[in-house]
Design a protein around this ligand. Structure first.
Ligand code: URP
Ligand code: ZN
Ligand code: ZN
Ligand code: ZN
Length: 474
């Protein structure tokens, strides 16, 4: 009888700490040995010349969120997670969104209905709190945190989601008591509304003006305000989808002051610019790139790299939030053509996150292989209560692995994608480095773009408290 179910032989095993030539033995879905010349596997995979890395963990993904009168998302759990595994990601943390007036527990149950039996990869949920009533803060959130939903997201903009300062403070205080980590969307609602109305009055309604309606100062101000509120309440926060220098510097300033402020950035902020929102000639195709915060400019890319290299950012997530481009349910639905204000915000990217960071980061010499693993997997697991167990290659960890060809050259194209959307905003970007095989708890679930896994194999992950957000009472 074989000792192991699977041996991955002859690859270069990369973790956040080490790069070593070793075989990896897997049994019953777990990694059981990492050593030279292992034998006794029922199956073997030859990983000669390839990298063997922890499967990607994407801690910022939107799937099957409600439409709020706009178009529905282009991905449900089935297509979104299919796209994830095709791109080398084995765990995602999407959001369970509480519509105003709804119970948070009921919202979570609704998302489970969307996800259960459909997911190709493992998943947990962050809780989006849009209505922090006394019963949500006093009863629902503490109970949900105890049940493994150990992180929240709050918004400082969007009509249906925005919290005022008092509400932010209330949620922060609750998170502090529960030991939950709060992700904050930092853009100032009033400033955006003011700018939007002003642009519309001037007839500036093309998608490009989405970026003009929420410039860096709007993100910087909200970032500073969130940090100040977190300082007041003494709660750790994670500033998500940071787009450039100004908010990055606010986070760095807070970190240098000793505050527990963490940072996340995304592919769009090192691969796209506001010029993409112009389309070919200030036309509607710019709508493909409408997301918030908007991509900025090339100088912002440099600032993001500075933040990545110097440890301001802990996680690199996709902020996958897909909509169709064409059609009445698309980004350019009839209402959206009247103003950028109605173009749904968000772009797909769960399948291309690793390739973009690997190519621009590792291949172009900006980060090490170990940094890459930390930014795409290990730090997500640590930050959001999945570590140990997920996020490394070591005995006892889940056998979630991406086998990666560091030399493979590809051009990102819609035909290669497995998502539900009808476009990728990264069309035409040439990358070096591509996932060859994705292994979820010991089973090969994707190989060279072919999906071998099945929907429903992905499991719900009940998460521990983040060690970055210990509960504190006052
Ligand atoms: O435009 C974006 N990023 N849409 C997704 C929602 C969010 O704010 O993360
Ligand atoms: Zn956001
Ligand atoms: Zn998002
Ligand atoms: Zn307290």
């Amino acid at each position: 009888m074989s000792k192991y179910d699977l041996i991955i032989r002859g690859g270069t095993v990369v973790t956040a700490a080490d790069t070593i030539r070793a075989d990896v033995a897997i049994h019953a879905g777990r990694i059981v040995a990492v050593a030279d010349r292992l034998s006794g596997g029922t199956r073997e995979i030859d990983a000669g010349g390839l990298l063997v890395m922890p499967g990607g963990i994407d801690s910022h993904v939107h799937l099957a969120q409600p439409a709020f009168g706009g178009p529905a998302m282009a991905d449900d759990f089935e297509s979104g997670t299919r796209s994830a595994i095709a791109g080398g990601t084995t765990t995602i943390l999407p959001f369970a969104l509480q519509p105003r007036g709804a119970s948070l527990r009921q919202s979570v149950l609704d998302y489970h209905k969307e996800a259960d039996g459909k997911s190709y990869c493992d998943y947990g949920f962050h809780l989006i709190i849009s209505d922090p009533t006394p019963s949500v803060l006093g009863q629902e959130l503490p109970a949900l945190v105890a049940d493994g939903y150990t992180s929240f997201k709050v918004f400082m903009t969007y009509d249906d989601l925005v919290l005022n300062d008092r509400q932010l403070l209330e949620v922060f205080d609750c998170a502090r008591d529960c030991g939950a980590l709060v992700m904050v969307h930092c853009e100032g609602y009033d400033a955006i509304r003011f700018m939007t109305e002003k642009l519309e009055r001037a007839g500036k309604t093309a998608p490009y003006y989405h970026a003009a309606s929420r410039p860096a100062s709007v993100e910087r101000e909200a970032t500073h305000r969130a940090i100040s509120h977190a300082e007041l309440v003494e709660v750790p926060i994670m500033i998500v989808h940071v787009s450039g220098r100004e908010p990055m510097e606010q986070i760095r300033w807070a970190q240098q002051k000793g505050l527990k402020v963490y940072g996340e950035t995304c592919p769009q902020y090192i691969a796209l610019t506001a010029d993409d929102l112009k389309g070919l000639n200030m036309d509607e195709s710019g709508g493909k790139y409408v997301c918030s915060p908007p991509p900025r400019d090339r100088a912002s890319w440099d600032a993001i790299w500075e933040g990545i290299r110097t440890g301001v950012f802990q996680t690199f997530s996709s902020d996958h939030c897909p909509f169709f481009y064409e059609g009445n349910q698309g980004k350019l639905n009839p209402k959206a053509r009247t103003s950028f204000r109605w173009v749904p915000n968000g772009i797909p990217g769960v399948e291309t996150r690793l390739q973009i960071l690997f190519s621009k980061g590792v291949v172009e010499g900006r980060i090490t292989l170990n940094d890459f693993v930390a930014l795409t997997s290990t730090n997500h697991a640590k930050m959001y209560g999945l570590y140990p167990g997920k996020g490394s290659i070591a005995p006892g960890f889940d056998a979630d692995i991406v086998i990666w060809d560091p030399n493979r050259k590809e051009t990102i194209r819609q035909e290669l994608m497995h998502h539900g959307a009808d476009y990728t905003p990264y069309e035409g970007i040439a990358v070096t480095g591509w996932p060859i095989m994705t292994i979820l708890r010991g089973k090969l679930v994707a190989e060279e773009g072919r999906i071998l896994g099945t929907p429903g194999r992905g499991r719900f992950l009940k998460r521990s408290l983040s060690p970055f957000a210990e509960p504190r009472h006052s």
